[in-house]
Structure formats: structure tokens, C-alpha cells
Design a protein around this ligand. Structure first.
Ligand SMILES: NC(=O)C1=CN([C@@H]2O[C@H](COP(=O)(O)OP(=O)(O)OC[C@H]3O[C@@H](n4cnc5c(N)ncnc54)[C@H](OP(=O)(O)O)[C@@H]3O)[C@@H](O)[C@H]2O)C=CC1
Ligand SMILES: C[C@H]1O[C@H](OP(=O)(O)OP(=O)(O)OC[C@H]2O[C@@H](n3cnc4c(=O)[nH]c(N)nc43)[C@H](O)[C@@H]2O)[C@@H](O)[C@@H](O)C1=O
Length: 315
């Protein structure tokens, strides 16, 4: 295992550095003193283009790679664009993982998602639940791509003894999230809707589904911390769950976001919208046993994210 933190001048390529996760990882690495980060926007390097990815890796020769570029979205986007979710993600991860190996990258961390697990899995969900049952239909295309990413890392480790690892984050939120009204995840979607209702003086806000599904939320700064921790402290075949252990129903989340934003009207539930997985609390004890624990509470994280969102709207 090559130490990651020992040399802050190592060339580290963070793919997807302008997204929710990538931007938090870059912030964390810069705080730690890393001076040689390689960052390319989607426009500068489209990771679905195999020959462009090959040329980039051959020219740049990064020493470490953190793969946080992906086609990402909430339940509606996943359900509406299945072809894009499976094809784009398979292409990005295959190109980046293979080129990393070919060009002598010392270690790569691939990010999956808690949606890789069966729709109905024993809770909290351990890493061993992978491929033990049918997936949640609203995001099975994305999940299949993510499972292929885990398996690709495992295969390259097995065949080439290459240090390729995978982290499986739970539902994330924080600064630089996607606040699109339909295609985003629940937390930014509700923050935007409550904010706009507060500003316009609307009496009601529509929330999707029944409110009964349970979700576990992790602040993206905690995830960035965990990513650096895994780069330094973990090598192995098994993918690693990264959760907070903080589980709420969507109804509880909606009430909390409403309070943080300061909207005083009513919630209206649109049960024509899908609930998705009923519950997906991950068992993150493998990471805890290695010595990593999250720090940000959901309430503090929401306050921090709303503060960021209000500033972002002024830009
Ligand atoms: N958000 C969440 O709740 C969770 C996220 N994850 C995982 O974390 C990782 C990052 O997600 P997140 O930060 O939320 O996603 P974002 O959508 O915020 O960021 C993804 C980044 O990838 C870039 N990207 C997408 N397609 C391409 C491409 N073809 N070429 C180059 N760059 C591309 C995007 O650039 P651009 O915007 O310009 O297209 C963007 O910067 C993903 O692997 C995701 O599966 C896991 C669990 C939960
Ligand atoms: C991270 C994970 O994220 C996705 O899975 P998900 O957890 O189901 O994601 P979600 O955040 O979009 O929804 C969570 C719950 O919330 C409800 N809900 C209420 N009101 C809104 C709302 O306004 N928008 C959204 N998006 N959901 C809403 C919604 O009906 C659902 O019950 C995967 O596709 C995949 O991307 C993945 O891996």
C-alpha cells in the first residue's frame, strides 16, 4: 500500500471536481496541503470518450485517482433516464479505472452508492448484502453500473494486485449540490421548494410520495473526510459503506428542512410520485472499526447547506 498523506506534492486527479462530492474532496485535500491536484471540467475532458481519457492519463500520469465524476440524480431522474444512467456511468468508470491501471496510478478510489443493495435488505445493510436480491426498480440501471464499478476494482485487484478500492456513500447533501426542481435528490429539492414558497408567500409545498420511506443522510464534508481516510488506511477487496447512522423518514426530513428554511405553510403529499426503497440504512461498522466516524449532525448540516444556498442564489 502506497501512503497517500505522506507526500502532499503527489499528483492527485479528482474526477468530477465541480460536483457535490468532488468539490468537497478538493476542499479537504487543499486544507490538508495537497499542492498538485489535477482538475478537468466536463467540457475540458469528457470522460465517456475513451481515446480522450487515454490521452489525458498518458500525458498527466497521476499518482492517485479519486473518481467522483458520474451521471447522478434523484429518484425522478433515475427513473426517467435509465439509458443515460447505465451507459454514461459504465463508460466513465470503465475508461477512468482502466486508464488509471494502464498508466501506473498507485491507488484509485471509486465511489458507488447505497442503491447497489437489494430493495429489501436486512437493516442495517452490511457490505455482504451485495447481490443477494432484486434491486429497487427506480434506480436499478444506475445501481447495475455502480455494481460493475465495484466488480471492476475487485477484478483488477485480484488479477493485477492493483490498489483499487470502492466506497459506498449513503444519501449525501451539502454545498454545491444539484438544486434542480425535478432531477435533484430530495434534500436540495425540498430546500429549494420551501425557500421559493417562503419568498413568494405560498401557503403550501408539495412533497413527493407518502413520506414514509426512511433515508440516511451524510454531510458531504464528512464523506470527503472519509474518502481521504480510506485513501490512507484501507486497501482490500471489499467495498466499504460510508454512512452517518442518522436515519429519518421523508416526512421528518421535510419538517426539518421546513423549519431550517423558515417556511410556515402546509405540506401536501403527492402520492402519485414513487417512494423508492422503503429503507436503506447502511451498517458502516467496517469503516468505524478502521477508525473513522462522521462529525456533522443532520440539523447542523442543514443549517450550513441552507446558508450556502442563500449565498449561492445571490451570485
Ligand atoms: N449525491 C449523492 O447523494 C450521492 C452521490 N454518490 C456518488 O458520488 C459521486 C459524485 O456524485 P455527486 O457529486 O453527487 O454528483 P454531481 O452531479 O454533483 O457531480 C458529478 C460531477 O461529474 C461530472 N461529470 C459528469 N459526467 C461527466 C463526463 N462525461 N465527463 C466528465 N465529467 C463528468 C459533472 O460535471 P458536469 O456537471 O459538468 O456534467 C460533475 O462535476 C458519484 O459517483 C455518485 O454516484 C453516492 C451516493 C450518494
Ligand atoms: C442517493 C440515491 O438517490 C436516489 O434514490 P432515493 O434515495 O430514492 O433518492 P431521492 O433523494 O430522489 O428520494 C428520496 C425520497 O424522497 C422522496 N421525495 C419527496 N419529495 C421529493 C422531491 O421533491 N424530490 C426528490 N428527488 N425526492 C423527493 C422520494 O419520493 C423518495 O421517497 C437514487 O435514485 C440514486 O441516485 C441514489 O443512489
Amino acid at each position: 500500500m502506497d501512503p497517500f498523506l505522506a507526500n502532499k506534492t503527489s499528483k492527485v486527479y479528482v474526477a468530477g471536481h465541480r460536483g457535490l462530492v468532488g468539490s468537497a474532496i478538493v476542499k479537504k485535500l487543499q486544507q490538508l496541503g495537497f499542492t498538485n491536484l489535477i482538475l478537468k471540467t466536463h467540457k475540458e475532458l469528457d470522460l465517456t470518450r475513451q481515446s480522450d481519457v487515454e490521452s489525458f492519463f498518458a500525458a498527466e500520469k497521476p499518482e492517485f485517482v479519486i473518481l467522483a465524476a458520474a451521471k447522478v440524480g434523484g429518484i425522478h431522474a433515475n427513473n426517467t433516464y435509465p439509458a443515460e444512467f447505465i451507459s454514461i456511468n459504465l463508460q466513465i468508470q470503465t475508461n477512468v479505472i482502466h486508464s488509471s491501471y494502464i498508466n501506473g496510478v498507485k491507488k484509485i478510489l471509486f465511489l458507488g452508492s447505497s442503491c447497489i443493495y437489494p430493495k429489501i435488505a436486512p437493516q442495517p445493510i452490511t457490505e455482504e448484502a451485495l447481490l443477494t436480491g432484486p434491486l429497487e426498480p427506480t434506480n436499478e440501471w444506475y445501481a447495475v453500473a455502480k455494481i460493475a464499478g465495484i466488480k471492476m476494482c475487485q477484478a483488477y485487484l485480484l488479477q493485477y494486485n492493483w490498489d483499487a478500492i470502492s466506497g459506498m456513500p449513503t444519501n449525501l447533501y451539502g454545498p454545491n449540490d444539484n438544486f434542480h426542481p425535478e432531477n435533484s435528490h430530495v434534500l436540495p429539492a425540498l430546500m429549494r421548494r420551501f425557500h421559493e414558497a417562503k419568498v413568494s408567500g405560498a401557503k403550501e409545498v408539495v412533497v413527493w410520495g407518502t413520506g414514509s420511506p426512511l433515508r440516511e443522510f451524510l454531510h458531504v464534508d464528512d464523506l470527503a473526510d472519509a474518502v481521504v481516510f480510506m485513501m490512507e488506511n484501507y486497501s482490500g477487496l471489499v467495498h466499504i459503506n460510508v454512512g452517518s447512522g442518522q436515519e429519518v423518514t421523508i416526512k421528518e426530513l421535510a419538517e426539518l428542512v421546513k423549519e431550517v428554511v423558515g417556511f410556515e405553510g402546509e405540506l401536501v403529499w403527492d402520492a402519485t410520485k414513487p417512494d423508492g426503497t422503503p429503507r436503506k440504512l447502511m451498517d458502516s461498522s467496517k469503516l468505524a472499526d478502521l477508525g473513522w466516524v462522521p462529525k456533522v449532525s443532520l440539523k447542523d448540516g442543514l443549517v450550513d447547506t441552507y446558508k450556502w444556498y442563500v449565498e449561492y442564489l445571490k451570485q
